[in-house]
Design a protein around this ligand. Structure first.
Ligand code: IPM
Ligand code: MG
Length: 347
């Protein structure tokens, strides 16, 4: 099976290298092909998502993605910014279902921003819709108001098919877990959210075994800090899911720990850490590779049909943490490569 390797910008190449080492160590006969993406691709080829990179992503059985984002590119036209690479891949490949699990590691609760007993209770899955919402709505742009003021505008929109599809992903996931689904919206203010809520309720008729409740996003942000253990599966839109997943990561201990899978309707997927390119520490060997290594484990489980290998990788990460392996984000001093070594040793 072919795995596309898209390291991207900033710390992307460093963390992806460790995940590739882990995949190679498993000796599963995978082949790897690398291509540039993001600011790195813009600098080399004039576009953040070159045609050859998109072609590789289409051909591959799964995609391992690092991160995109480069301050050198901040002044570029939006269509050429590094972020357009990941947004383009999500859109072009129809990767609508973003799974972002957040689970406490017993030995890591001291790194959480929360009290240890609260942090220890976290075992949730955020199911984020990934190809709609204000991220992709049109029209969007800049104009002058009648009063001569500069104005920026974006369109938040969902249609019922998009909502029903991600709702089903959420219900299916809840069914395999603790049977509870919390749909997060802002139906008290937004029409998009009222449609979201109506459709989620309609779909719930097919899942009588799953307990559904609804929460406004502001309340959900508060409950994630107050009592995160109460959540099982959260299903939400693109923008709210982006924000809540960063928040959930710090509840677990570090944004350097959270993996993600972005899946299409057939289960093909792109796998990436939820963190960004962290230009401030890029190239210094300080980044935590665990989120990317755990993303590779999700790839083994969801796209490569190797759940037992996924379990092995996840156990190796847990064992390395249990043995005290800590990068700087976790209050330690291990370098990126050394953390990779610890995981390989545990494997
Ligand atoms: C993420 C990131 C992206 C997003 C950016 C890089 C476009 O924050 O994957 O969470 O907003 O979806
Ligand atoms: Mg984000």
């Amino acid at each position: 099976m072919l795995v596309a390797i898209l390291p991207g910008d900033g710390i992307g190449p460093e963390v992806v290298a460790e995940a590739v080492r882990v995949l190679q160590a498993l000796d599963l006969g995978l082949s790897f092909e690398e291509a540039p993406v993001g600011g790195a691709a813009y600098k080399a080829h004039g576009h953040p998502l070159p045609a050859a990179t998109l072609d590789l992503a289409r051909r591959a059985d799964a995609i391992l993605f690092g991160a995109v984002g480069d301050p050198d590119c901040d002044a570029l036209d939006r269509a050429l910014r590094p972020e357009q690479a990941i947004l383009g891949l999500r859109r072009e490949l129809g990767l609508f279902a973003n799974l972002r699990p957040a689970k406490a590691f017993a030995e890591m609760v001291d790194a959480s921003a929360l009290k240890p007993e609260i942090a220890a209770s976290i075992d949730l899955l955020i199911v984020r819709e990934l190809t709609g919402d204000v991220y992709f709505g049109t029209p969007r742009g800049r104009r002058q108001t009648d009063a001569g003021l500069r104005e920026g505008y974006d369109m938040m929109r969902y249609d019922e098919a998009e909502v029903a599809r991600i709702a089903r992903t959420g219900f299916e996931a809840a069914r395999k877990r603790r049977g509870r689904l919390c749909s997060v919206d802002k139906a008290n203010v937004l029409e998009t959210s009222q449609l979201w809520r109506d459709v989620v309720i309609e779909v719930s008729g097919d899942y009588p075994d799953v307990t559904l409740d609804h929460m406004y996003v502001d309340n959900a942000a508060m409950q994630l800090v107050r009592n995160p253990g109460a959540f099982d599966v959260i299903v939400t839109g693109n923008l709210f899911g982006d924000i809540l997943s960063d928040q959930a990561s710090m509840c677990v201990g570090s944004i350097g720990l959270l993996p993600s899978a972005s899946l299409d309707a057939a289960g093909k997927g792109l796998y990436e850490p939820i963190h960004g390119s962290a230009p401030d520490i890029a190239g210094q060997g300080k980044a935590n590779p665990l989120a990317t290594i755990l993303s590779a484990a999700m790839m083994l489980r969801y796209s490569l049909g190797r759940p037992e290998a996924a379990d092995q990788v996840e156990a190796a990460v847990a064992n390395a943490l249990a043995a005290g392996a800590r990068t700087a984000d976790l209050g330690g001093s291990l370098r990126t490569r050394e953390m990779g070594d610890r995981v390989l040793a545990a494997l």
